[in-house]
Design a protein around this ligand. Structure first.
Ligand code: OFO
Length: 171
């Protein structure tokens, strides 16, 4: 059986992950409009990753005998000032997600749900990687500044990103 407090909190996070997927797909659509296909690809892969994060919560809820409740997903922003602003918004969102995951860990420890605590360790580690990846891109964008050649080169590099479902091989 699953602790009702944990079930509710995991469902809240399920919605957060689906929103993250929606947000990054909205950014991807924005990059398509700006003719930055590589950045659009990076964000689309990011969106796919978030969908896989959501499904990991979904599957765990079911495995634990709980119910996965699909609530309404908020509408994400559709416009940002520029490329840097989009990545800064991404970083701020990932910091919010890190806080959500940390709060979930606190709750799992509070109710002595060791299985959920162990399940959440994957997300704790994932957040370290997510924040580091976005920080690196923000630094690169700051270096590039208004230089169009630099932006073009970054776009070509980000076009190489491919979705790999890290949740599929996770324990
Ligand atoms: Fe961007 O992170 Fe999910 O969990």
């Amino acid at each position: 059986m699953i602790n009702p407090k944990i079930e509710q909190a995991l469902n809240k996070q399920l919605n957060e992950e689906f929103f993250s997927s929606y947000l990054y797909l909205s950014m991807s659509a924005n990059f398509e409009k700006l003719n930055l296909a590589g950045f659009a690809n990076w964000m689309k892969v990011q969106s796919q990753e978030e969908y896989s994060h959501a499904m990991k919560f979904y599957n765990y809820l079911i495995q634990k005998g709980g119910t996965a409740v699909l609530e309404q997903i908020n509408k994400p922003d559709t416009k940002w000032e520029n490329t840097l602003a989009m990545f800064e918004a991404t970083y701020a969102h990932e910091q919010h997600i890190t806080e959500c995951i940390n709060n979930l860990v606190d709750l799992a420890l509070e109710v002595k749900d060791h299985a959920t605590n162990s399940f959440l360790a994957w997300y704790v580690n994932e957040q370290v990687e997510e924040e580091a990846n976005v920080t690196k891109l923000i630094e690169e964008l700051k270096m590039v500044g208004e230089n169009k050649t630099g932006l073009f080169m970054m776009d070509r590099e980000l076009a190489q990103r491919v979705f790999v479902d890290a949740t599929a091989t996770a324990k």
